[in-house]
Design a protein around this ligand. Structure first.
Ligand code: FAD
Length: 408
């Protein structure tokens, strides 16, 4: 039996930031890190680049193998957590190892949703390194790829594949990125992607996939037929809540946490894609499913595990990606039901849309083209800054926005 002051399960955005924060404030406590993947922490965000051979496998790593030893962190990599026993402050791994904790952080993220057509070896989803390796291998042999799902996995994946590959995207909604950007931005991006060779099948779905020799014959709900070497599926993420649930920890979509990232069990915390926490705008609870939120929550959970009293002001949408050569960034709220101001320079492919509430507080921004200012907009939304003299005419650049902000 091992005994640790802190145990972190999950060696990714949330877990890694928790480790860094624990060690920043406290060099002497005993810390164990568990992950069923036997890899140093890596960026899932960059895996589509690796699949398309745009970056090398090694470029995905965020830390090297020595990081853990150097920071006095005991690792149990390649081992899976199979049971949590809160009454005994104990967890059990798949090889029977038992570990006692003072405080436990569940940073176990989620899995790509299964689809019922995954019986073929050429129908793939992407979440882990092993998925990326498999896709990268298949990609090298592919001349045509069909993607399902209109979000931040399928579209970046298609966009980083070789130009000569025939690419189709099948989406059930009437626009791409419907959960990521507003309708105006979707329209701009659809045009751009079509010009880069992507064929989009809207309001459609998969009916069947048949393997014919090395090819896949795909039938869609609309009756359209497609042929592909590889099918990639990005239909959302399922948080890994099962073990928490079995242990009597409150769950809903995710593991329910309070503003301290603490669960209903006092010495168990959760952070990242597995944790359901308060929304920044006070609209209930949410799982943002992005890297920055997971990192923020990992840091905050660790501070509270150390005994500080730090409260989360709520998570905020924050996505930055590059698709078909175009940068896209979104922070905070987007929607057709609030005031907004748009600037669009079609020639330059430069788009800005700022969303405001009734008192002209900036609540969100969407950027296409150049996205260097995404972090600044994130800060403005977080500070609930107001936009004064809201009467922009013509070019609404970043300096102009900042000049008109009321920071009080
Ligand atoms: C292809 C792709 C592209 C993405 N693009 C973007 C993007 O552009 N921008 C953005 O902000 N976000 C993006 N994301 C989302 C982002 O990667 C996640 O929000 C982030 O990784 C969440 O971090 P996390 O630490 O909460 O969980 P995860 O990264 O899911 O890590 C959880 C870890 O826990 C481990 N684990 C789970 N259960 C167990 C168990 N029982 N025992 C042991 N170990 C376990 C897993 O092996 C995993 O390593 C993308 C994700 C993918 C897959």
């Amino acid at each position: 039996m091992y005994n640790y002051d802190f145990i972190i399960v999950g060696n990714s955005a949330a877990g890694l930031n928790a480790m860094r924060t624990l060690r920043h404030f406290d060099k002497s406590s005993s810390v164990a890190v568990i992950d069923r993947e036997n890899e140093p922490a890596y960026s899932r965000v960059l895996t589509p680049y690796y699949v398309g051979d745009k970056i090398k496998r090694d470029a995905l790593y965020i830390v090297d193998k020595q990081f853990y030893k150097k920071n006095g962190l005991d690792t149990f990599f390649g081992k899976e957590l199979v049971s949590i026993v809160p009454e005994k402050n104990k967890i059990v791994l798949d090889d029977g190892t038992e570990l006692n904790y003072g405080k436990l952080l569940l940073a176990t993220g989620g899995e790509a949703k299964e689809i019922k057509f995954n019986n073929s070896k050429n129908v793939l989803k992407l979440r882990h390194f092993k998925d990326a390796d498999r896709m990268n291998e298949m990609y090298k042999k592919s001349a045509s790829v069909v993607g399902f799902g209109a979000g931040l996995v399928t579209i970046p994946l298609l966009s980083h594949l070789r130009k000569d590959i025939e690419k189709h995207l099948v989406i059930s909604s009437d626009r791409i990125f419907s959960r990521v950007v507003d309708r105006d931005a979707s329209e701009i991006l659809e045009k751009k992607f079509a010009s880069e060779g992507l064929t989009i099948h809207k309001k459609d779905d998969l009916i069947s996939i048949e393997e014919k020799l090395d090819k896949l014959d795909i039938t869609l709900k609309s009756g359209s037929k497609l042929t592909a070497d590889m099918v990639i599926v990005g239909k959302g993420v399922e948080p890994n809540i099962q073990l928490a649930d079995e242990a009597g920890i409150d769950t809903h979509w995710g593991i329910m946490v309070d503003k301290h990232c603490r669960t209903n069990v006092g010495n168990i915390f959760a952070a990242g894609d597995v944790a359901e926490c308060n929304d920044f705008f006070g609209e209930g609870t949410v799982i943002q499913g992005n890297w920055l939120t997971a990192a923020e929550q990992g840091d905050l959970a660790a501070r509270n595990m150390l005994g500080y009293d730090v409260r989360y002001e709520g998570s905020l949408k924050n996505n930055t990606t590059e698709v078909f050569g175009t940068e896209v960034a979104v922070v905070g709220y987007f929607g057709d039901d609030v005031k907004s101001e748009i600037f669009y320079d079609e020639k330059r492919g430069f788009f800005r849309k700022i969303f405001l509430d009734d008192s002209d507080t900036i609540i969100g921004a969407t950027m296409i083209g150049e996205t260097n200012d995404a972090g600044i907009y994130y800060g403005l939304v977080k500070r609930r800054a107001k936009l004064n003299n809201f009467n922009f005419k013509g070019f609404m650049n970043h300096a102009k926005i900042l000049k008109n902000m009321d920071y009080c």
